[in-house]
Design a binder for this molecule. Structure first.
Ligand code: HEC
Length: 167
């Protein structure tokens, strides 16, 4: 599954993101928070090694967590800078980056994003969204953990990926 908003068509980048978000602001504006220890993560997929590590070391790429839309923007910028990849390769890289180095704005994110970033199943993600619709924004982790039937232990593991204020 992928949530990438931009696609390359015959090598031309379609900047849908800029249209959706009304901005092409530099990624550097938002300092990403520190990522969790690397040893807790699976090895990157071969697409990542093939496409991304050609121009800079991988620790430069994954020094912090980013929202899915920000990862989409990173990929778009790398293609613009000369990264060579098929759409399928970009999808695989995007899925890896979002799952391992994603952040989620828990009070506005879709169920898909919650599932992908927090590694919970779709049903649990839907439960969170339904609860939010009914009860309003989550103030903090404890409020989120109080949602009936959410996998609290799983969320706890990715606590540093959860952002409570709107992005
Ligand atoms: C053709 C060379 C090239 C390839 C291939 C490439 N990059 Fe980059 N990347 C760059 C350059 C040049 C910079 C530095 C740009 C800057 O400092 O603004 C950069 C910077 C970055 C940054 C830091 C951006 C920031 O604003 O903090 C990230 C993250 C990144 N690349 C991710 C990736 C990913 C993911 C891939 C694989 C899809 C990739 N790069 C492939 C050239 C490349």
């Amino acid at each position: 599954m992928t949530g990438r908003a931009f696609a390359t068509v015959a090598g031309i980048t379609v900047p849908l993101l800029a249209a959706v978000f009304g901005t092409t602001a530099s990624m550097a504006q938002v300092a990403p928070p520190a990522a969790a220890p690397a040893e807790a993560r699976p090895a990157p997929p071969p697409e990542f090694t093939k496409v991304c590590v050609r121009c800079h070391p991988s620790d430069k790429i994954v020094e912090g967590r980013r929202y899915p839309a920000q990862w989409d923007q990173v990929l778009e910028q790398m293609v613009a800078r000369g990264a060579i990849a098929t759409d399928a390769e970009l999808d695989a890289i995007y899925d890896y980056l979002v799952a391992q180095y994603g952040r989620v704005a828990i009070n506005t994110a879709s169920a898909d994003e919650i599932a992908q970033v927090l590694h919970v199943d779709q049903a649990a993600a839907e439960t969170i969204v339904q609860y939010r619709r009914k009860n309003g924004a989550f103030a903090d982790f404890e409020a989120l953990a109080a949602v009936p039937e959410v996998p609290v232990a799983a969320l706890q593991q990715l606590r540093d990926a959860i952002v409570f204020q709107a992005p």
